[in-house]
Design a protein around this ligand. Structure first.
Ligand code: UT7
Length: 335
């Protein structure tokens, strides 16, 4: 170990302009604003409607905004990890495309798929490269065009997801802020309950798979719900305990934005008042690997150096995890 800590030193995001609200959705499938607000807590979500753009469009915009705002030269970036379940292509990696679009030429870049936990896994991965002294500047971006795999004829899934990208800059620090601890877990028994049936090597795309609508998200909502509540709360409590934190020590919980009821249940188990919980699900829905950095971006102005923050997540795989970090700076850099 070098004695270095990895710290988030900037955050930026990109959201498509088009807003798909519950009223419009209820003209597409048999649903209502009342059902969606009560059962999930989403009022609207952003949708990237321009054909041919994809997740890298949002990801590159977020990364360009990040470099701009932190006054970082693209040539100084050593590593780009893109967390996504909606890559532009099966290959090459969307991270390569984002790097190209953002003018990042001296970095190695790759994608990481851990479902909705992808950003947390990617952040913990970047942390290792920084802490060993191997690299100095990493960009971790969660970029999703979820609308490309949502079945807008399936009322059980189409209200949930939205499109967005958000990115953080990760650099070494020698003060006592930064990424302190993380717990990352997975369990492959989750496969039947949350997946995309076709389009991979097990079931390549065919006329039949398209006709059977198998290229969309398949989710057994109630089953996933129970796992999400218990696993997100378990790891959050575990990371608090092993770092000697009580609910009073925590400035912010940044939970994955899958369902308002899941967020409330996790916060309750952590004994956190709702003022300490970042929630923007109502405006953006579940943006999969982008939810955590999208919250950090929206709350950045209010964050203070040294704030104890817990990130918590759960997603397809199943994958889940929590991270404890001490925020590295006051307010928004460059403003
Ligand atoms: O981000 C990755 C991890 N994912 C999650 O954490 C998601 C976890 N799951 C959930 O958030 C919730 O399970 C959902 C939001 C997906 C569904 O909510 P639910 O309260 O579990 O509803 P349900 O699937 O049990 O359905 C209850 C009823 C059903 O009708 P019946 O069988 O009781 O007559 C559904 O057909 O609600 C019906 N329903 C709807 N009604 C109106 C399902 N979707 C809708 C809808 N509008 N959009």
């Amino acid at each position: 170990m070098t004695g270095l800590r990895a710290s988030i030193t900037g955050v930026a995001a990109d959201l498509p302009e088009y807003i798909l609200n519950n009223e419009e959705l209820s003209r597409m499938v048999d649903t209502s604003d009342e059902w969606i607000m009560t059962r999930i807590g989403i009022r609207e979500r952003r949708i990237l409607r321009e054909p041919g753009k994809g997740s890298s469009h949002l990801g590159a915009n977020a990364v360009k905004a990040l470099l701009d705002k932190t006054r970082t030269k693209p040539s100084d970036i050593d590593l780009v990890i893109c967390a996504t379940v909606t890559p532009d292509h099966q290959f090459p990696a969307t991270a390569n495309i984002i790097s190209h679009k953002a003018g990042i030429k001296n970095a190695f870049s790759y994608d990481l798929n851990a479902g909705c936990s992808g950003f947390l896994y990617a952040l913990a991965t970047a942390q290792q490269f920084i802490e060993t002294g191997k690299i100095k500047k990493a960009v971790v971006v969660g970029a999703e065009q979820m609308s490309s795999i949502v079945d807008y004829q399936d009322r059980a899934t189409c209200p949930i997801f939205g499109d967005a990208a958000a990115a953080v800059l990760v650099e070494p620090t020698e003060d006592d802020t930064g990424l302190v601890d993380s717990i990352l877990q997975s369990d492959g028994t989750g496969l039947p309950h949350l997946h995309q049936k076709a389009g991979g090597s097990v079931k390549p795309a065919s006329h039949e798979t398209v006709n059977a609508r198998e290229h969309f998200i398949y989710q057994e909502g109630q089953y996933v719900f129970k796992w999400a509540v218990s696993k997100m709360a378990d790891v959050s409590l575990e990371i608090m305990k092993r770092n000697g934190l009580t609910h009073e020590d925590i400035a912010w919980l940044v939970p994955h934005q899958a369902n308002m009821r899941i967020i409330e249940a996790v916060a309750r188990r952590m004994k956190l008042e709702k003022e300490k919980v970042m929630v923007n699900i109502e405006k953006f829905g579940n943006t999969t690997a982008a939810t955590l950095p999208l919250c950090l971006w929206e709350w950045e102005e209010r964050l203070k150096k040294g704030d104890n923050i817990i990130l918590a997540t759960f997603g397809a795989g199943f994958t889940w995890g929590a991270m404890y970090l001490k925020w590295g700076y006051d307010g928004s850099p460059g403003t």
